[in-house]
Design a protein around this ligand. Sequence first.
Ligand SMILES: CC(C)(COP(=O)(O)OP(=O)(O)OC[C@H]1O[C@@H](n2cnc3c(N)ncnc32)[C@H](O)[C@@H]1OP(=O)(O)O)[C@@H](O)C(=O)NCCC(=O)NCCSC(=O)C[C@H](O)C(=O)O
Ligand SMILES: [Mg+2]
Length: 367
Amino acid sequence: MSHKSPKDFFAPLAVGAPAPVREIPFRPSRAIHFFDPSNPKMVDKIPQMVGTVDVLLGNLEDAIKADNKLAAREGLVQIAQATAGLGGQSGPTQLWTRINALDSPWALDDLTTLVPAIGDKLDVIMVPKVQGAEDIHYVDRLLAQLEAKAGLTRPILIHAILETARGVANVEEICGASPRMQGLSLGPADLAADRKMKTTRVGGGHPGYLVREDAPRDAEGAYAYDADRFRFQQDLWHYTIAKMVDACATHGIYPYWGPFGDIKDTVACEDQFRNAFLLGCVGAWSLHPVQIEIANRVFSPSVEDIRHARRVVAAMGDGTGAVMLDGKMEDDASLKQCLVLVELADQLAAIDPKLKELYDGIEIEEA
Ligand SMILES: CC(C)(COP(=O)(O)OP(=O)(O)OC[C@H]1O[C@@H](n2cnc3c(N)ncnc32)[C@H](O)[C@@H]1OP(=O)(O)O)[C@@H](O)C(=O)NCCC(=O)NCCSC(=O)C[C@H](O)C(=O)O
Ligand SMILES: [Mg+2]
């Protein structure tokens, strides 16, 4: 594969296109809430959701019936034009879309319709089923041409869904394919199908994917294989999340868990989101209004975490050396972890008044 020279990487890909960003700004995106712009009931709820969710995503791909593809695309244009506070630099809620797959009959028209009509409002375009850098290069060049034609002054960012085996194998080159790359989401349903995993769910675990406690021995020392033994369900997604997080961190972009399809199981949804948060993800998809609150809570550091993190920061003084705090050693490396949490809390408090009040009210006892 050929790579651009460093001097060309940040050059606009079309005459008159906005200059690519050199750094992807952190904007809170704890929940990326999916809605179908062709569904009147969902569309009715969008204006009142602005300000309560970090990202509203008009979905054009899977879950939109083929007969509704045009209505969804046109519906998204209308919503973006009519909804105050949605999308663009200043709104409290970002506007994203998920376009159709690049090999579908709809993807080209998705881009050529949306960019001229609402390119100034669209913050991020999510591209499904990305296989390698070539898919990002295609969207990158086309976006530059469309932005130049529309006279846009701000580049639209690209988010890729990791949902094919080849995409996972090529995750590094996908992350580094363009300065527009904002982040990656893990799409567990398509990925499971593409890998020929023997599952039927949209995210979550599987009772058969487990590790069993060793068999106990009887009085003669023989193994009692049919004894009751603890079983520990394992995480089907650990490897892929970790691989995605490392690739995103390497390239300075943001990783996300994707969908959790068992809408009624809010407990397991929270577990899935928390695993992703702990491993380094900044948000997850919300498919139903009930999942927004879960994502907002899970992807915001807890009061206990921030209290502890601030105590470590205070105890570490100039940030070097080692100290004992509550019987545990803290040093430069644990300080850096604490600073990740403190910085995230500051960024979230800047857009969420309730969190600001919560974090401002934390009192720290002397170490
Ligand atoms: C999952 C749903 C089909 C459930 O819909 P429904 O049965 O209508 O749920 P409720 O009756 O509980 O809904 C209550 C009211 O809330 C509205 N509603 C529901 N969902 C949303 C929403 N996402 N945004 C806004 N409003 C919503 C209902 O209309 C009800 O309204 P009312 O009757 O006036 O009270 C549905 O939630 C849904 O379709 N969600 C989105 C699904 C989706 O986007 N799927 C695609 C993403 S996942 C994926 O693609 C897989 C991934 O790519 C991978 O490979 O892993
Ligand atoms: Mg998918």
